[in-house]
Design a protein around this ligand. Structure first.
Ligand code: CP
Length: 306
């Protein structure tokens, strides 16, 4: 039985197959409409979510399956003190596959070790968010056609942004990839990514504070919001929250074929006037999230559609 806990749980070849399957699902949705008939997906969300939970549910419904679950810790027996390991043992009796989001790093790993069904990490604290990474990869692959030799800028909260950490891990496996890390000093990527991943794998990168300094060089700009829920005090959050605002004036500095991605939700970091720029693909990205989660459910349930 396979779980998805970390974006590196799939090899480059497995990822390639998954993205191709997602592409086929996009083109031929009717072919997959009954692929999961009789199967159930449980969504166990201990933290708020719009996209991840609902795109998982849409994915299973599109495959002809059913969904059950809870949308907050308060509406589950976690509020009475039940552990994640007990909860997943019970969920294993009710469903065929489970997507779990939890504020604690490693919660999905704990769940997987007590589960008799595939477990998907739908975000664990500030650690990883592998299905957002699959979504980001499918968006880039579909719109750029490749991953090799891309120059990718990550902008905003690179300290707490788990989508950034997951996508860096995934992209370093492709040749010629380069990063520009755009953040204030206090929100730099953690040392375990900088030294443990980028330096140790000899990945070219530079760190800058001004978005304007990076924009002319980028193929992809990955914007992130400042993660209010991970700050220890509100004053620091307020000081940092509007550090970057991407607007049409700044977009004038960017190449014509640069893509702007954002995992969403957006707060203020992208002005709404950018939404109509053809380079702004963050809402298309949310749609790709459904196709890739459909492909993931089929892969983990080992369902093949001829
Ligand atoms: N991108 C993302 O994880 O969004 P949600 O928090 O709404 O699921």
């Amino acid at each position: 039985m396979k779980h998805l806990l970390n974006p590196l749980d799939f090899s480059v070849e497995e990822l390639d197959s998954l993205l191709k399957l997602a592409g086929d699902i996009e083109k031929n949705p009717e072919k997959y409409a009954h692929a999961c008939a009789g199967k159930k997906l449980a969504t166990c969300f201990y933290e708020p979510s719009t996209r991840t939970r609902l795109s998982f549910e849409a994915a299973m419904l599109n495959l002809g399956g059913n969904v059950l679950g809870f949308a907050s810790a308060d509406s589950s027996s976690a509020a009475k003190g039940e552990s994640v390991s007990d909860t997943i043992r019970v969920i294993s009796c009710y469903a065929d596959i489970c997507a779990i989001r939890h504020p604690k790093e490693g919660a999905a790993l704990v769940a997987s070790s007590h589960s008799s069904i595939p477990v998907i990490n739908a975000g664990d604290g500030g650690h990883q968010h592998p299905t957002q990474t699959l979504t980001d990869l499918l968006t880039i692959y579909s719109l750029k056609g490749h991953f090799d030799r891309l120059k990718v800028g990550f902008c905003g909260d690179l300290k707490f942004g788990r989508t950034v950490h997951s996508l860096i891990h995934a992209l370093i496996r492709y040749p010629g990839i380069e990063f520009i890390l755009i953040s204030p000093e206090e929100l730099r990527v953690p040392g375990y990514i900088r030294e443990g991943v980028l330096d140790s794998d000899h990945i070219p990168y530079r760190e800058v504070e001004r978005l304007e300094d990076a924009l002319p060089d980028l193929d992809i700009l990955y914007m992130t919001r400042v993660q209010r829920e991970r700050f220890f005090n509100e004053e620091d959050y307020i000081r940092m929250k509007d550090f970057y605002i991407l607007d049409q004036n700044k977009m004038k500095l960017a190449p014509e074929d640069m893509l702007v991605l954002h995992p969403l939700p957006r707060v203020n970091e992208i002005s709404v006037e950018v939404d109509n720029d053809p380079r702004a693909v963050y809402f298309r990205q949310a749609q790709y999230g459904v196709y890739v989660r459909m492909a993931l459910i089929l892969t983990l349930l080992d369902i093949h559609v001829a």
